[in-house]
Design a binder for this molecule. Structure first.
Ligand code: PHE
Length: 458
């Protein structure tokens, strides 16, 4: 039982492939689309600080635990949890972590594909020059034309899911590994070019002041919950994605060092994306930084459209968003695909097709919540808002809590140690302390206060 099992899906070809794959999973719409507008809506600096603290004190320890659970079993999250539960002689209820993880990943993918589809649509619009010299009103119209047209949304949602299916069906090394080694260098390059252009052409100073000026007045428990949910979402933790990727991590790699690298890269990208987007937004008078989910699809195109060379920038930007979303979405599909292969003995291509189809159908709910069903609301939420809130602010934190408690207290100590042999004793203790006491307590307090705050104001 203690011998390291073999993965039936393959292993990443090197330590760097895991780092790239996990960073590819982490860097996505969460960094480029969600972080800037949420930081904008919750007042900037103080929110960013809380977000970074959540990443460091809660996100990193939980992410390490997730990778550890995956690698210890070398199986999909459901079977990885089963393996850990049996090996530790603990209650079988803990296996729920794997089920909830895979279920949340599919729910997230269902709306993720729709939003990524918007970026694909905008990418083709900029390629055609349709966003040139856009006024604010035109931009609102372009956006409402898109989201008001269910067929167009379904078309892009399907195209995006097809891209994911194509990669996942080809397997861990030939599909995921290869896609990541091609996509990630492009992503980094685009990000650097965009950042330089934004600094040269935009209002970098105002963007900096906005993201790093502290306004503690705007911090409520609701904002703290949002920051923590975003930290989980952006690190891809609490839903099995990182556990599934951990299952393919070479045995000799250091989990601590690797996870820290991924978390740092992910935070740097979020901050760079924020600086880049706000530099451009602030350079155009009359655009609000707190423009909500439309920030990337309304404010930004106006700013791009009225800037010298803005068309090229906008083209590169939406290309960047599609690539980032693609490299994340494959990690949302992989855990469930791996499980179907293991337990139902279905081939990888069949499992990928079946699950993509399931996600596609679920995604229709999100598609319709922007048009035909936009007035159907439960406690103020449309279908899309509800999915987003349920996954990021409820399911992910609760899963994160359970993972921390399981790996911190329940899992057999020698099994935990066996995955962490490279860690110096003092770091091992620091990690265990964060995992056992800081992460669960913080998650619980923030979760309860945030939910109370949210629903007491409805
Ligand atoms: N981390 C991704 C992002 O920030 C989203 C994601 C969540 C990807 C969960 C995989 C798993 O966009």
């Amino acid at each position: 039982m203690d011998v390291q099992p073999k993965s039936m899906h393959g292993i990443w070809s090197s330590r760097w492939t895991f780092i790239l794959a996990a960073t590819g999973s982490a860097v996505g719409l969460g960094n480029l689309w969600k972080f800037p507008y949420v930081a904008g809506s919750f007042g900037g600096g103080a929110f960013v600080l809380i977000y970074l603290v959540c990443i460091l004190l809660i996100g990193v320890p939980v992410m390490m635990a997730e990778v550890l659970l995956g690698r210890a079993a070398r199986k999909s999250p459901i079977n990885a949890m089963h393996h850990a539960v049996v090996a530790s002689g603990s209650r079988s209820g803990w296996r729920l972590i794997g089920w909830v993880g895979i279920f949340s990943a599919l729910l997230i993918l269902s709306f993720y594909a729709v939003i990524a589809g918007w970026a694909m649509d905008y990418f083709t619009l900029t390629a055609k020059g349709a966003l040139y010299k856009l006024s604010g009103d035109d931009a609102v119209l372009v956006f409402s034309n898109l989201v008001g047209d269910p067929l167009r949304l379904v078309l892009w949602q399907s195209a995006f899911l097809a891209l994911c299916l194509f990669v996942v069906a080809a397997g861990v090394q030939r599909g995921l590994g290869r896609a990541i080694t091609i996509l990630m260098p492009i992503l980094f390059l685009l990000l650097i070019v965009m950042m330089l252009l934004a600094v040269l052409k935009g209002d970098f100073y105002s963007a900096w002041m906005f993201l790093f000026a502290f306004d503690f007045e705007s911090i409520t428990w609701r904002a703290v919950l949002e920051a923590m949910g975003l930290a989980f979402f952006t690190l891809s933790i609490g839903m099995g994605a990182i556990m599934a990727y951990g299952a393919y991590m070479p045995a000799e790699d250091s989990i601590g060092r690797t996870v820290l690298t991924v978390a740092i890269l992910d935070s740097v990208v979020a901050v760079i994306a924020g600086l880049m987007i706000f530099s451009i937004v602030f350079a155009t008078p009359g655009i609000e930084p707190s423009a909500g989910p439309g920030l990337m699809f309304i404010s930004l195109p106006v700013a791009f459209g009225n800037m010298a060379g803005g068309q090229l920038l906008s083209f590169l930007f939406f290309f960047l968003v599609v690539i980032a979303a693609w490299s994340s979405a494959i990690s949302l599909l992989e855990p469930a695909v791996a499980w179907l292969i293991e337990d139902k003995k279905i081939s990888r291509p069949k499992a990928s097709i079946f699950l993509s189809f399931l996600v596609w159908i679920l995604g229709l709910g999100t598609v319709l919540s922007f048009n035909i069903a936009k007035d159907i609301k439960v406690v103020g939420f449309t279908f899309f808002d509800a999915l987003d809130f349920l996954t990021a602010n409820i399911m992910l934190p609760l899963s994160g809590f359970a993972i921390a408690v399981f790996a911190g207290f329940i899992m057999r100590r020698d099994l935990v140690r066996a995955q962490m042999i490279d860690l110096k004793t003092k770091y091992l203790w620091l990690w265990l302390w964060l995992l056992r006491y800081v992460a669960p307590v913080a998650v619980l307090i923030i979760f309860l206060m945030g939910i109370y705050d949210k629903f007491s104001s409805v």
